[in-house]
Ligand binder design. Structure first.
Ligand code: ADP
Ligand code: MG
Length: 364
């Protein structure tokens, strides 16, 4: 990543009118991949996206993408001239136009110098060919949102902003649309800022994360690194997890298993359609990791890693539980165990123990 390709966002004490709220951030957002913007309701996520889009303005801000300035104390590019695709919580399609006509609107606006993604590719990725003749009122919430995402892509943006695009959908629609989002996130060559409340979505989609609280950045970095850190919002979450990336090095047709190699370690996973040499990501939930002092060869658990206890803290909300940060090589794994077990096993920082992993989930 060259420095000049970064989206630079500096917003200095931006006060919203009729509100005590102020936004103060200084961010360098990588030019590729998905950056998740995470934080409690009211922390300023939407305000930050509106500032980037030019819907909120202040002269103390400085915004640039690839050294193209959108906002400085002298320049202020109007919102409609910023090369941005914006997807909101609710698809705001024109109700009197068909899905296809809604998309035509975007195509007219498209930046013809950008050829990031073709019309047929967008239609294929979002799987919307058959619903193009329909009016928005004839579509389900999930279908409307797929049209809204297609429209944002057809503008041929240099930056895609998505503000909780799944939040208004029920769980079954979320499950239906998430694979489409994964497809664009993983094939997109432009930066995507993705606002979400859902740890599950962030784990599946985001390469980088920014955590906002009260208009300030409290954490930022690579998703894998932040998820494996203690004392963060994520490590206190009931579904606290880490993501591990590895390569499939061995398979057994007899047992239907694959071996994922990372950092001089192996994790055994149920065989899917992956092949030897494929790079895969998997998620390990902290509640699926237990600890023992010696390898328990007589246990049915397949995955046992030798790890070092790097850090441990009591759960502030539930003092009967302790969260441990373990290192398998240099890869962090979180384990959530009872305080009683840590006492009985006399666990302490620096100690070498065996982490038994009850289950893992392949992400892609
Ligand atoms: P988030 O998207 O993280 O939930 P927002 O950016 O929407 O947060 O809001 C940040 C803060 O600004 C909140 O305290 C909210 O009440 C306030 N706010 C948002 N929009 C307005 C507005 N139009 N007028 C006054 N206050 C607002
Ligand atoms: Mg919001």
């Amino acid at each position: 990543m060259t420095k000049s390709n970064i989206l630079k966002v500096r917003i200095r004490k931006y006060h919203l009118k009729d509100s005590n709220f102020s936004l103060d951030v200084d961010l360098n957002i990588p030019s590729t991949g998905v950056t998740a913007l995470f934080g409690p309701s009211g922390s300023g996520k939407t305000t930050l996206l509106r500032c980037i889009a030019g819907l909120e303005k202040n002269q103390q801000s400085e915004l640039s993408l690839s050294n193209e300035f959108w906002q400085t104390n002298k320049i202020s590019l109007p919102a409609h001239k910023r090369p941005i695709g914006y997807v909101f919580q609710e698809a705001n399609l024109f109700p009197h136009l068909t899905a296809a006509e809604n998309l035509q609107f975007a195509i007219k606006r498209a930046d013809k110098s950008q050829s990031v993604i073709s019309y047929s590719e967008v239609i294929r990725l979002m799987d919307i060919e058959e619903i193009l003749p329909q009016y928005p009122s004839q579509l389900s919430g999930g279908e409307r949102q797929r049209i809204a995402i297609a429209r944002a892509l057809l503008i041929r943006p240099k930056l895609l902003l998505m503000d909780e695009p799944l939040a208004a959908l029920d769980d079954s629609l979320k499950k239906e649309i998430l694979p489409y989002l994964e497809a664009i996130c993983h094939s997109s060559k432009i930066p995507i800022i993705y606002v979400s409340h859902s740890l599950d979505e962030v784990i599946r989609l985001a390469d980088h994360m920014v955590v906002l609280e009260k208009g300030r950045v409290v954490e930022q970095g690579e998703t894998q690194f932040l998820l494996g850190k203690l004392g963060t919002f994520f490590s206190r979450h009931k579904d606290a997890s880490v993501v591990i990336t590895g390569i499939i090095t061995e398979q057994s047709a007899q047992w239907g298993l694959s071996w994922l190699h990372f950092d001089n370690q192996d994790i055994i996973v149920k065989q899917g359609n992956e092949k030897i040499g494929d790079q895969l990501r998997l998620r390990i939930q902290s509640k699926d990791v237990s600890l023992s002092l010696s390898p328990q060869e007589d246990s049915s658990i397949l995955n046992r890693l030798t790890v070092i206890i790097d850090d441990m803290i009591k759960d502030p909300k539930d003092p009967s539980m302790v969260m441990l940060r373990l290192l398998a090589g240099s890869t962090p794994i979180l384990a959530r165990v009872t305080a009683l077990s840590t006492h009985n096993l006399a666990l302490s920082k620096g100690q070498t123990v065996i982490a038994q992993i009850k289950s893992v989930a392949l992400l892609r």
